[in-house]
Ligand binder design. Structure first.
Ligand SMILES: [Zn+2]
Length: 150
């Protein structure tokens, strides 16, 4: 993924459990293409004129939509993307797979409502189920429904 306009989409893809790499602003098309090829990733971009050659097994999806819901529907349609693949198993910020955390690591107010609790091994963020997760889960459900609606 090579466009900061897609940062919101990246966060939602991670929430759904997908492995997403976002390259920094200023990365050249060639750099982005090289990393996608090296990692075996599908390359998502807003740039319809993406300059890298599409040959050599590189999958490029140029998203036309601005709004998350429409971007999500495009991905569902073009890649068969599953928005409920493995919800809340990855860090939303860096995409690392979460590990189990101890209740002591969670703020007391959140701990009282019960787990499971998770920690990101890369950045140390701690995650717990709460109203935010319920809202995000509802949105993932909606994205999944939109993707199968046709
Ligand atoms: Zn993290």
């Amino acid at each position: 993924m090579c466009d900061e306009m897609l940062a919101g989409l990246a966060r939602w893809l991670r929430a759904a459990g997908h492995d997403v790499a976002v390259l920094p602003r200023g990365s050249s098309d060639a750099m982005v293409a090289a990393q996608a090829r090296r990692d075996g990733r599908v390359l998502l971009t807003r740039d319809r004129d993406f300059a890298a050659p599409r040959a050599a097994g590189l999958d490029v999806v140029a998203l036309g939509a601005d709004a998350l819901d429409r971007q999500a529907a495009e991905l569902s349609r073009r890649l068969g993307l599953d928005w409920l693949a493995a919800p809340f198993t990855r860090c939303l910020v860096d995409g690392a797979m979460l590990e189990a955390a101890l209740p002591e690591e969670v703020p007391e107010a959140a701990r009282a409502r019960g787990g499971p609790f998770h920690r990101c091994p890369a950045c140390g963020r701690v995650y717990w189920p709460g109203s935010h997760v319920r809202r995000m889960r509802a949105r993932l459900d909606a994205l999944a429904r939109a993707g199968t609606a046709g």
